[in-house]
Ligand binder design. Structure first.
Ligand code: ZN
Length: 235
């Protein structure tokens, strides 16, 4: 079984009754329930974020990250550890407002800003890479009755692959599923997952996350060093 570490800051579910009613055990609790039949799961929240040590990351095949209103309280050292672990081959999936998390911004090197609107729009998450491992079992689109509207421009580097495009009732479009490689690690950004909508109960959303875990996993875990190779190959 692949080893998955879930980080969810776990704050909205306590402060906002709408989020608390949908996710009584937190977004992390729902993700754990939805994934634990196929993966071995460890969970961290903002209260335990310091526990995401180098040892934990070395023992993690793929990390899932959901954060929003407390990004700033995640210690810089934790974000740097996540970046370094990805460089060394750990897979990472950033969900929804994880686009503004410290580790995602470190890995992207850009502001990751976007436009947004919380209006209860429906969203169509268009599958534009049928045949890709991340879209296995997904049809033309996933319909979400309500999602937070995210719109372009999205200040990310050009994705290696664009997997999904979200389109919304209000007319916006958004690059809703993007892959990157950073050194030896694979990264997937996936936009659905606002805390006041039951997105993480949607079977297709969970299927995409499971597919993305399997895609992001690499058995090769090695950091690229910077050795001074004094001896030339040929004398
Ligand atoms: Zn949101």
């Amino acid at each position: 079984m692949l080893k998955i570490t879930i980080y969810n800051e776990g704050v909205h579910e306590k402060l906002d009754h709408r989020a608390g009613e949908i996710y009584p055990k937190g977004i992390h609790g729902q993700l754990k329930s939805a994934l634990e039949d196929e993966f071995e799961i460890k969970v961290f929240t903002l209260e335990t974020v310091e526990g995401i040590t180098d040892e934990v990351l070395a023992d993690t095949d793929v990390l899932l990250w959901w954060g929003h209103i407390r990004h700033a309280q995640v210690p810089d050292e934790v974000a740097a550890r996540v970046r370094d672990a990805v460089h060394g081959g750990m897979g990472a999936i950033f969900l929804h407002s994880g686009h503004h998390s410290k580790p995602f911004k470190l890995l992207m090197g850009t502001s990751c800003n976007l436009t947004w609107r919380e209006d209860g729009d429906y969203e169509l998450v268009w599958n534009i890479k049928p045949g890709h491992p991340i879209t296995r079992g997904i049809g033309r689109f996933i319909k979400l009755d309500h999602e937070e509207t995210y719109g372009e421009p999205f200040a990310i580097p050009e994705p290696d692959e664009l997997i999904f495009i979200g389109s919304y009732e209000g007319g916006e479009v958004f690059r809703a599923g993007c892959t990157y490689r950073r050194e030896n690690g694979k990264i997937f950004y996936f936009q659905p997952g606002h805390e006041t909508y039951p997105t993480f109960y949607n079977e297709d959303v969970i299927k995409v996350i499971k597919n993305a875990i399997n895609w992001a996993y690499s058995p090769y875990r090695e950091k690229i060093g910077c050795p001074n190779v004094k001896k030339p190959l040929e004398e």
